[in-house]
Design a protein around this ligand. Structure first.
Ligand SMILES: [Zn+2]
Length: 307
């Protein structure tokens, strides 16, 4: 049986929120089968549990925010991406403020944390959401066109295309593909950092955004070039980060997908809209498990090893 996974032990990290600039501590803890990923605001007078689900994602400006009642947790996408990349099904995330720490701006720090805690197999079948029909969302026209779609595929693959008219981005790849059965999330995707332009920073800060952002947790560009002294981690780091974000956004559906995702200039908002569209189309998906793990699609059966 291809089993669900949680952590072997708990692990902690301290950092600042990218947008809030607030100091925050997170504690990642093992949880029971079928719990899913649950954020717990432990700083509130009464702790509030916020389970991850597509409808719980309520604000998608610049980051994905979960909320329940008046409680929220902002910028969950890089941690969610790491959980998807390592095939973690069940986890509690205790958090002491309303934003997940940005750490190095990529998912690599979360991958390191989760791997250090160890992955445990649980005695319950891993449930996948299998896409059986094409589902697509589109916005805008001409130069402002964006779209995202899910199609049937026996495995999990993603392709993402960006269009940034900027010398530092133009000179790198603007399209990337990732297939769980062929590529390594930790090696090929997880290290891609978030990025921003100095010309937008002032506007963002006056709107209370990017207060914790800087050269140690983002690629920063002026009108011509990358300002980080160390340069890029991948030649196509920009589009790889957008794909990293999409993996995290899509994992908010609560289960790993069996699907092919493709997107053109998509972002957190459109990715969430795609999930909501998928969930309303009950004929377009079902839930599947693999009694015989050798029958699971490539990539997923390899993840079945604990470490
Ligand atoms: Zn991101």
């Amino acid at each position: 049986m291809l089993k669900q996974r949680t952590l072997k032990s708990l692990t902690r990290a301290v950092g600042v929120g990218l947008h809030s600039g607030q100091r925050v501590e997170i504690t990642l803890r093992p949880s029971q089968p079928d719990t899913g990923i649950v954020f717990r605001r432990v700083d509130l007078p009464q702790p509030v549990d916020i389970p991850v689900s597509a409808p719980a994602v309520t604000d998608t400006r610049m980051a994905s925010t979960l909320s329940k009642g008046g409680a929220k947790v902002q910028t969950i996408e890089h941690l969610m991406s790491a959980c998807a990349g390592l095939g973690l099904d069940n986890l509690y995330v205790d958090i002491t403020a309303e934003e997940v720490p940005i750490l190095d701006g990529s998912a690599a720090s979360f991958v390191f944390l989760l791997q250090s805690a160890g992955i445990a197999l649980q005695n319950a079948p891993k449930r996948f959401l299998r896409v059986n029909k094409l589902v697509e969302v589109r916005e805008g026209e001409g130069a402002s066109l964006k779209w995202a779609r899910l199609e049937p595929y026996n495995g999990y693959k993603l392709s993402f295309e960006i269009v940034f008219d900027h010398p530092a981005v133009d000179s790198t790849g603007q399209r990337v593909e990732f297939d769980m059965g062929r590529d390594s999330y930790s090696r090929d995707i997880a290290r891609a950092r978030t990025f921003g332009f100095t010309k937008d920073v002032e506007m963002m800060r006056s709107n209370g955004l990017a207060l914790g952002g800087g050269l140690d947790n983002a690629i920063v560009m002026d009108d011509y070039k990358v300002l980080n002294a160390e340069g890029l981690r991948y030649d196509d780091e920009f589009v790889k980060h957008k794909l990293l974000d999409a993996i995290g956004d899509l994992y908010c559906v609560g289960k790993p997908l069996l699907a092919s995702y493709s997107a053109f200039r998509s972002g957190h908002a459109l990715n969430n809209k795609l999930l909501r569209e998928l969930l309303t189309r009950e004929d377009a998906w079902d839930i599947v498990t693999f009694e015989d793990e050798s029958l699971a699609p490539a990539g997923f059966s390899q993840l079945a090893r604990a470490w």
